[in-house]
Design a protein around this ligand. Structure first.
Ligand code: ARG
Length: 233
């Protein structure tokens, strides 16, 4: 008998990969549970699909390979829907759009990437920010598995800057550990402003269903309510 890959649409429980150190998209709350915009939104999507979710907290850089190997069914991780990634996986309709922000210690205030010449910039491995930082050519790029580490290195003065999606940058600047030590120096438009859920190319039906639900949640105010809850300054 031939072996069939089980379509994600036939499963009762979908496995979602995320990388839970990216507030307010996903992070570990007081109780240690995964919380955030992506968690709430993806749970709402699953409910509308009549599915349960099993969350896997993974290293960011392993999310897309795991999806392509069908170890997980969805990636919900503040993931930027770039043309480069779209060659390997499918993306839902976008659910959030934002550019990036550079964070520095409060006593160092560059105004542009040119001002960063000769400085060190910390980025999370595998992110659009890593790609952008490497292409700059005028900075030394230092990579870390988590943005938590990038921000800590900046706060400790061991690295000059880090940068990430604006909502995450705002969340870190406000975080108790870093309060008053770091600040947003400037915002930067880079590729990958649109955040979407990634699904394997084989799961055409699931991709269409998730996109339809995201568009519906955008129209009926459900996404806005989640934005108000998680992205509020
Ligand atoms: N939006 C950026 C990207 O897709 C960063 C995402 C980081 N997400 C995370 N959960 N750590 O490359």
């Amino acid at each position: 008998t031939a072996a069939f890959a089980v379509s994600a649409m036939d499963k009762e429980t979908l496995i979602v990969g995320t990388s839970g150190a990216y507030p307010p998209y996903e992070f570990h709350g007081q109780s240690g549970d995964l919380v955030g915009f992506d968690i709430d939104m993806t749970e709402a999507i699953a409910k509308k699909l009549g599915k349960k979710l099993q969350w896997l907290d993974m290293i960011f850089d392993s999310l897309l390979p795991s999806l392509m190997a069908n170890k997980i069914d969805l990636v919900s991780a503040g993931l930027s829907a770039t043309p480069e990634r779209a060659k390997r996986v499918s993306f839902s309709s976008p659910y959030e759009i934002s550019y990036s922000a550079f964070i520095t210690r409060v006593d160092y205030q560059p105004k542009s990437t040119d001002d960063l010449t000769g400085k060190t910039v910390a980025v999370q491995i595998g992110t659009v920010q890593e790609t952008f930082a490497r292409a700059l050519g005028n900075v030394e790029v230092k990579t870390y598995q988590k943005f938590d580490e990038c921000v800590r290195e900046v706060a400790l003065g061991r690295v000059d800057a880090t940068f990430m999606d604006i909502p995450a940058a705002k969340a870190y600047v406000k975080a108790k550990d870093f309060d008053g030590k770091i600040a947003i120096a400037f915002n930067k438009q880079i590729t990958g402003a649109d955040k979407a859920i990634a699904i394997s190319k084989e799961n055409v039906e699931l991709t269409a269903a998730v996109s339809r639900i995201i568009e519906e949640m955008d129209k009926n105010g459900e996404l806005q309510a989640l934005r108000d809850k998680w992205f509020n300054e």
